[in-house]
Design a binder for this molecule. Structure first.
Ligand code: HSE
Length: 458
């Protein structure tokens, strides 16, 4: 299907991503026309400070975004500004005026995607947002369209490049968190205020979007349990390596089967976790993203690529723009997400996880039993225990007098148990006389790999 009438595009924001969108629209105008079946033209660009954009045609530039998104000669609004407001108001204005929307705004979608989706349904327009999760990686469309006939059971991955860069740097050089963050900032991977990345909020927004699409259930950022990487230490990384694991900040979206009268539910969570080095996600280093998808019929799938940056993100935006423009030319809408399943979201305390706990303990009789007792009391089964340091076999009996001064490190890896039971166990351990300190607590995720792939004696 072709049309002589152009598809006219309003662009909101012309920063790192927006300027690449403009470049691609100009550089590939001929190809885009052929692929869409109609010319795709820039109708206007809304920016806050026009003087910072001498590269743009001044006739296209405006500071009045609200007027631009409702203009009669605009068909599609592309939003790459980010943040909740004014983006939400502008996109709702656009949708209500009959414009289709392409957005990269993960925070808005994770907070209030339902309002946008409902407005788009009511207006009969498209709402596309491939660029909101994992930059250039085609992920949302495969989940929503290619796997629409399957039953997705898990979507788990590395969806934040900044934190993956930091954890990779810590692993490669033995550096601590602060040093690795400094390097990430110096090289431009971390922003001046890295809070959204290092505290996991960016990944949590992406997890909400992924879970919503994968499980046909509305999941918001507030539903996602979120822990960042600030407390990951060089010792944690070394401990992980000792177990044959890497530490990654994971976004995990899982379908949790119902049991004992409880209905099927979903879990969406973000935290740093140990994963076996044999898992494909463990080899994803630097600022790259990768997402591992499991579905009943398809089995295991892996999506890998650049999750941030101007050109990679613009690639995803242009892909959406072409799809939306094609739909316009054909006179219809594309497939959209649905939330018909409405599954409950499981609180983190009820999610089964596994812990790796490293304790500094007194090296004397009964310590192991006291520690093991706290796990047993809460129904947590231990998978492996390893002790290092402490008294050597050859120590002379005189050393007995100084026994209280001797310390050892006890590492415990658990089997799966409710996170609340694991959390309570760690709190109780911290209060034991024989425990001098809880050095590290990290979750362990097999992600479909059997426990035996961890380098610990079971
Ligand atoms: N700041 C994000 C990251 C990219 O580090 O991956 C945008 O979501």
């Amino acid at each position: 299907m072709t049309s002589d009438a152009p598809v006219r595009v309003a662009l909101l924001g012309c920063g790192t991503v927006g300027s690449e969108v403009v470049r691609l629209l100009e550089d590939q105008a001929g190809d885009l026309t052929a692929r869409v079946g109609a010319p795709v033209e820039l109708a206007g660009v809304a920016v806050r400070r026009p003087h910072r954009h001498p590269e743009l045609n001044p006739d296209l530039v405006t500071t009045d975004a609200s007027a631009l998104v409702t203009r009669d000669d605009v068909d599609v609004v592309v939003e790459v500004v980010g943040g909740i407001e004014p983006a939400r108001t502008l996109l709702l204005q656009a949708i209500k005026s009959g414009k289709s929307v392409v957005t990269a705004n993960k925070a808005l979608l994770a907070e209030d995607g339902a309002t946008l989706a409902e407005a788009a349904d009511a207006a009969g327009v498209d709402l596309y947002y491939e660029a909101s999760v994992a930059g250039a990686i085609p992920l949302l469309r495969p989940l929503r369209e290619s796997l629409a006939g399957d039953r997705i059971t898990r979507v788990a991955g590395i969806v934040n490049g900044t934190t993956n860069f930091i954890l990779s740097a810590m692993s490669a050089s033995g550096a601590g968190y602060a040093e690795a963050l400094e390097e990430a900032t110096r090289l431009g991977y971390a922003e001046a205020d890295p809070t959204a990345d290092v505290d996991g909020y960016d990944a949590a927004s992406k997890a909400a979007i992924l879970a919503t699409i994968a499980f046909h259930t509305r999941v918001t950022a507030a539903d996602v349990h979120c822990e960042g990487i600030r407390r990951v230490t060089a010792a944690d990384i070394a401990a992980a390596r000792g177990l044959g694991c890497a530490i990654k900040l994971l976004a995990i979206c899982e379908r949790v089967p119902g049991s004992g009268g409880a209905p099927e539910s979903v879990s969406a969570r973000v935290y740093p976790a140990m994963i076996p080095l044999s898992h494909p996600l463990a080899g994803v280093d630097g600022a790259f993203n990768a997402v591992f998808v499991e579905a009943d019929a398809a089995g295991q799938l892996m999506f890998y690529g650049q999750g941030a940056g101007g050109a990679p993100t613009a690639s995803a935006v242009l892909g959406d723009l072409v799809a939306v423009a094609r739909n316009r030319v054909a006179g219809g809408r594309g497939p959209r997400e649905s939330a018909y399943a409405s599954l409950p979201v499981l609180p983190i305390g009820d999610v089964h996880t596994r812990y790796h706990v490293s304790l500094e303990v007194a090296d004397r009789a009964g310590v192991l039993s006291a520690v093991a007792g706290e796990f047993a009391r809460r129904g947590v089964s231990i998978a492996a225990v390893r002790q290092t340091g402490g008294r050597e076999d050859g120590d002379v009996p005189e050393a007995e007098a100084a026994e209280e001064e001797l310390a050892a490190r006890l590492v415990v890896v658990t089997h799966g148990a409710p996170d609340s039971a694991l959390h309570a166990t760690v709190e109780a351990l911290a209060g034991l006389d024989v425990v001098r300190g809880v050095e590290s607590v990290l979750r362990v995720e097999g992600l479909g790999r059997p426990v035996s792939t961890l380098g610990v004696a079971g």
